[in-house]
Design a protein around this ligand. Structure first.
Ligand SMILES: [Zn+2]
Length: 92
């Protein structure tokens, strides 16, 4: 979480991304449809596993120079930042 867009995203669902920013790349993966499916416990294991493979491919494509574990951790950090705000927005 480095650039101004990332900083703003910690307090709201900012939809701007800076090319080359690791936080922005991870944030974009965290907000992908595949990530939503892989984290959705109401889905079947097969669906979630297939989406997980897609998330892994997205991580490799958007953050090719980061160790996978570090990139995945950053994606999950953004998921944890966004999810409470999404839930609040849905409840409103
Ligand atoms: Zn950023």
């Amino acid at each position: 979480m480095k650039c101004a867009f990332c900083a703003q995203s910690t307090i709201g669902l900012v939809a701007d991304y800076r090319p080359g920013c690791f936080g922005c790349a991870a944030r974009s993966v965290a907000r992908s449809g595949a990530m939503q499916i892989s984290m959705d416990t109401s889905r079947s294991k097969a669906e979630r596993d297939a989406a997980g493979v897609e998330v892994r491919a997205l991580i490799s494509r958007t953050m090719p120079h980061m160790p996978y574990a570090d990139a995945r951790a950053e994606v999950l950090t953004w998921w944890d930042v966004d999810e409470p705000m999404r839930q609040a927005a849905r409840a409103a």
